[in-house]
Design a protein. Structure first.
Length: 321
């Protein structure tokens, strides 16, 4: 049934036709430029990382991949990016957890938002001060007008498309996309993941939403080196508009650091690797020596690093710890 639905969808999908040379089209392009100029270079969903946002943003209608070796922390990074999108954009977000239960994603989001240890929350082992602080912050907080929906989906790409429609979301973040079944029923694994990524690309383009998934590197990549061609299971790099690679050396694990590299960017110039502060016990994932980018005066803020990154970050959205 799903395979038939995919074929039907491809037959009835609407295309967007534009006359580039028309007066209306020219006026629209000028208006689009003025809007980007007014927003100081903001063309999509920004990340928490100021330097990255200069050249890499999650643009509507585009498909992105986050890739890392197993156990490096790509789920944490995806949670951080999705939470940041929800907070900054104030628009509905869907997070599809294919690898772990939603309860585990919730504890990671609590760590990112409230600065508590996700492991201690999972074990019910917060000390008295941390527990009071966490509960007080959650109960005192005003609700975000936008929805952050956590789903445990087991269907294919069309199921995620249905959830996007249900929640009227403008972005979907999918952890462990290699667990998604291929609705074309391909028996070969490399064809399956290629079909899935191709369907996500088409879905993003048709609906004008942002789609971000996580995949794993194959064995040719290491914890410190890897490129887009090292993505496991299939040649999917060509389907993505952008690819971010997450790396952590043994030394970085001891120093609460990680490295983020842009492995593909269809739109603009390359970006130098970013060193991230990676302190998961306090829920901190941010660029070293830079404040978290909330999109206010982007160009000015990006050129002014801070030496006191922790104090400059409104970590829990207004609740002072």
């Amino acid at each position: 049934v799903r395979a038939r639905l995919i074929k039907i969808e491809s037959l009835i999908s609407e295309s967007t036709d534009r006359e580039w040379s028309s007066e209306d089209s020219r006026k629209a392009r000028v208006a689009r430029y003025e809007e980007v100029k007014k927003n100081q270079g903001k063309v999509g969903i920004i990340t928490p990382f100021p330097t990255l946002n200069n050249s890499f943003q999650f643009r509507p209608g585009n498909f992105y991949i986050i890739v890392a070796r197993q156990g490096i922390g790509k789920t944490w990074l995806l949670c951080s990016l999705a939470h940041h999108a929800w907070r900054v954009e104030q628009k509905n977000v869907v997070f599809d957890s294919r690898e772990m239960p939603s309860e585990e994603i919730e504890t990671r989001l609590d760590a990112i938002k409230y600065g508590v240890s996700s492991d201690k929350v999972s074990r019910g082992d917060l000390d008295t001060q941390e527990e009071v602080r966490w509960k007080s912050a959650m109960l005192a907080e005003e609700s975000n007008k936008a929805t952050f929906a956590l789903i445990d989906e087991t269907g294919g790409v069309s199921s995620d498309a249905a959830k996007l429609d249900k929640f009227e979301a403008e972005s979907i973040w999918i952890d462990g996309a290699y667990m998604i079944p291929d609705e074309r029923d391909s028996r070969k694994e490399y064809e399956r993941i290629t079909n899935i990524c191709r369907d996500f690309k088409r879905l993003a383009k048709r609906t004008k939403v942002v789609i971000v998934i996580t995949l794993q590197f194959n064995r040719e990549a290491t914890n410190t080196e890897g490129h887009a061609g090292n993505i496991a299971l299939g040649d999917v790099a060509k389907e993505a508009d952008g690819i971010l690679g997450l790396f952590r050396s043994e030394d970085q694990k001891y120093n609460n650091r990680a490295t983020l590299k842009v492995l593909k960017n269809r739109h603009t110039q390359e970006c130098e690797p970013l060193e991230l502060e990676w302190d998961l016990d306090r829920g901190i994932i941010k660029e070293v020596d830079q404040p978290v980018d909330f999109g206010e005066g982007l160009r000015e803020k990006r050129s002014k690093p801070t030496t006191d990154a922790w104090s400059s970050w409104n970590h829990n959205e207004g609740v002072k710890f």
